[in-house]
Design a protein around this ligand. Structure first.
Ligand code: F1P
Length: 346
């Protein structure tokens, strides 16, 4: 995160620079909608971006799997803004979605890690992550870096459009600058998460639930577990639980709640109660100092407090560690999971 921010963010001076995207700042400010395309983990970063852009910039956003977008017949107008997110910069579906959008006159930005990659070359402009190479196949730090860059881009846009107050802009910038230390702190739960992993390593299914900004984090937590430990896991908006997944809950179902203190806190507390009353095993990611949820959940993992719009940067860390430890305990190769390729080029 610190590398992503270097040279781009100076919170005390209220400065934020965006590299090449700056050249299209006016087009972005005038956009009446934004389309985001990506695959896998990058798609989850896109979902967080949707919440952030609509919240801060009041521009409607659509987030699509590139693998669907490229094959259906989407409505794309001349001058539409399409943002492609990719760690590798080589994902074939994302590249095809970019070509489709360009052919219809869209302006295409790339949020890409790999300098000089096919996606970076195919887009009109973009911002590199500068996150360094991902060693493992499953994206982890790329997710964090994608969110950081997207937040910086759209915070700047919100200021330009006047959709957030100067004081809120400053508050978010200063908070953003403190996120690297908060991530460091979240990583300190490693030993505790290893102990929890020991108890759940033989589970056959996991459910991940979150609301608001933490909903895409629930999806990402479930994907990480599937990818590297081969345990079936589903991510859901916690409010959707009653529309189906609640039927799955019994004493054998671990349910991971991303339940940090935010505007939907009271609602997620009720969701935890619903799971506990059905004997589900609750592992809750909570904000440091929370006193209510520890009385209800079977296990709690604390993360430092931050603004709810920035929380995915912090709340995803314990979920990545949980997947990592469970995978190691099951004898899985966390860097080279079976059937997965780093760059999905077909
Ligand atoms: C997308 C992705 C990753 C996933 C795995 C396969 O790649 O689905 O999110 O972890 O590596 O590819 P990318 O377009 O972000 O490189």
């Amino acid at each position: 995160i610190a590398d992503c921010m270097r040279g781009r963010l100076n919170a005390s001076a209220g400065e934020l620079t965006l590299g090449g995207i700056q050249n299209y700042a006016e087009a972005l400010a005038q956009a009446d909608r934004i389309i985001i395309v990506a695959c896998g983990t990058s798609w989850h970063a896109g979902l967080v971006a949707e919440y952030f852009i609509e919240d801060m910039c009041r521009i409607p956003v659509e987030v699509e799997y590139a693998s669907e977008f490229r094959y259906r017949n989407p409505v794309i107008k001349e001058g539409d803004i399409l943002i492609a997110i990719s760690q590798s910069g080589e994902t074939a579906d994302t590249l095809a979605a970019i070509e489709l959008a360009k052919a219809k006159g869209a302006i295409v930005f790339g949020i890409v890690n790999t300098v000089g990659s096919s996606i970076a070359r195919a887009t009109h402009e973009g911002a590199y992550l500068h996150a360094g190479p991902e060693i493992g196949v499953a994206s982890t730090k790329a997710f964090t870096a994608q969110l950081t860059v997207l937040i910086m881009v759209f915070l700047k846009l919100a200021k330009r459009k006047g959709t957030i107050a100067e004081s809120r802009f400053r508050e978010l910038l200063i908070e953003l600058e403190s996120v690297p230390q908060k991530v460091e702190k979240a990583l300190k739960s490693d030993d505790q998460i290893r102990e929890i992993s020991e108890l759940f390593k033989d589970a056959h299914n996991f459910l991940y639930l979150g609301r608001g900004y933490n909903f895409p984090v629930a999806l990402e937590g479930a994907l990480k577990l599937k990818e590297i430990s081969y345990i079936h896991a589903e991510g859901y908006p916690a409010a959707e639980m009653k529309h189906g997944p609640i039927a799955l809950i019994d004493e054998n179902m671990p349910v991971v709640f991303i339940a940090t203190r935010d505007s939907s806190y009271d609602k997620i507390v009720s969701n935890i109660q619903e799971v506990k009353s059905r004997k589900g095993k609750v592992i809750a990611i909570v904000t440091e100092g929370d006193v209510l949820i520890p009385k209800m959940a079977d296990f709690v993992i604390e993360v430092p407090a931050t603004h709810e719009a920035l929380m995915p940067l912090v709340s995803v860390i314990p979920l990545q560690l949980l997947s990592y430890h469970i995978a190691l305990m099951r004898g899985c190769n966390v860097d080279q999971p079976r059937n997965l390729a780093k760059s999905v080029t077909v």
